[in-house]
Design a protein around this ligand. Sequence first.
Ligand code: AMX
Length: 465
Amino acid sequence: MSLFRISSTKILELQKACPTASILLRGLSAEQTNLKSVLQEKIPREQEKIKEFRKKHGGTKVGEVTVDMMYGGMRGIKGLVWETSVLDPDEGIRFRGLSIPECQQQLPKAKGGEEPLPEGLFWLLVTGEIPTEAQVQAISKEWAQRAELPAHVVTMLNNMPSKLHPMSQFSAAVTALNSESTFAKAYSEGVHKSKYWEYVYEDSMNLIAKLPVIAATIYRNTYRDGKGIGAIDDNKDWSANYCTMLGFDDPKFTELMRLYLTIHSDHEGGNVSAHTTHLVGSALSDPYLSFAAGLNGLAGPLHGLANQEVLVWLEKLRKQVGDNFTEDQLKEFIWKTLKSGQVVPGYGHAVLRKTDPRYTCQREFALKHLPNDPLFKLVAAVYKVVPPILTELGKVKNPWPNVDSHSGVLLQYYGLKEMNYYTVMFGVSRALGVLAQLIWSRALGLPIERPKSLSTELLIKQVGK
Ligand code: AMX
């Protein structure tokens, strides 16, 4: 039954005439396992909805900008539209309205598994709907089939010096993949702008499919014997293939990676990696160039590199206090870090004001699978001691742990000990969120980003008036 042949104008008419039409349409898309076809139906409806909304409310104010906001990293300025997720300061992230526990409950899982498959999260981010198992399996298959790397990228990766940081290798390889961009080719051939999203979709699907191959090659070249990573298996999901290529075969590690790759995907639009990908994409740079730019931002120690920093910090702490530590010893180490002008990595956030639910779900994973691990015990003890100290400092707006505070200890437990590699895994996951949004940014025809800046001199003149 090909109900998907109904035109989008017909669907809009149907929705206006019948309030239950969206439920009906949801039913229709549940039968369709081709993500692009689902999008083809959704995009005109969303374009129309936004057009109507802007016609009525285009001039409505949504906030104000103060001088402090301008000097303070634009904190709190509502200046971006990001469809795939929204971050609440107290509650944490919601992916298309679903919290992390709801995603864990409702998204399809691998056979015998307990954690959500990132393929399902991607479907949710792109469509706003929870996928069926058949839809998730279709994505796994499609990504497996699109995974092959062009020869020049393999050669480039194999010639990277092993002392080059894995994140630099990663972003360089993603940049070089733009030789394959269907968007760049179509643009140079003069494609109509209404078709941009289709090419961005193709590039995004190809890029996501290839990321685990690139990431695993980097891992094996840098930390192992550099021998082949083996072939992608069409019958395995995206995370399982990634784990096999890395050289890990513990099913519990694969489950951890499914959770890890799901929860690191998206954190609304203003964070450095998401905003950078969006900004570069707005110049109509192709998805490879846009995402590589985002990766370079993720590689900063205040953003994604914090997961590496946390482990370096924990190792130093453990070396100093051992496994039978007292709270006073921990406090002393934390104060030493702060007094030497450094941040406590893994704590604090620009938007969140409570413990990050991505931290909590990783803590729950640890409580279930590695409750007696000494490093986990240290992480749990640090969780008790750091927040009161950061609160005492008086200036830290959020003394609670973020996602990066907990991911490394889990990876260490399963034997992935090379902490300089951790941000690469974050990057593989982050692609899901920022590329889902990039498809929508082009579908909605969002323009080149260009906010206004002022010099201090001009600002003083203007405010002094
Ligand atoms: N340790 C020590 N000081 C901290 C701190 C921490 N964990 N978090 C914030 N502060 C300090 C800031 O450095 C700033 O000091 P300053 O006025 O002397 O410059 C002051 O507290 C106010 O900062 P804020 O408004 O609370 O935070 P922010 O929005 O400016 O920065 C963040 C947010 C995440 C960069 C900051 O909390 C931090 O540096 N944390 C440690 C690094 C980290 O874990 N980053 C990962 C974040 C999650 C992610 O992106 N992956």
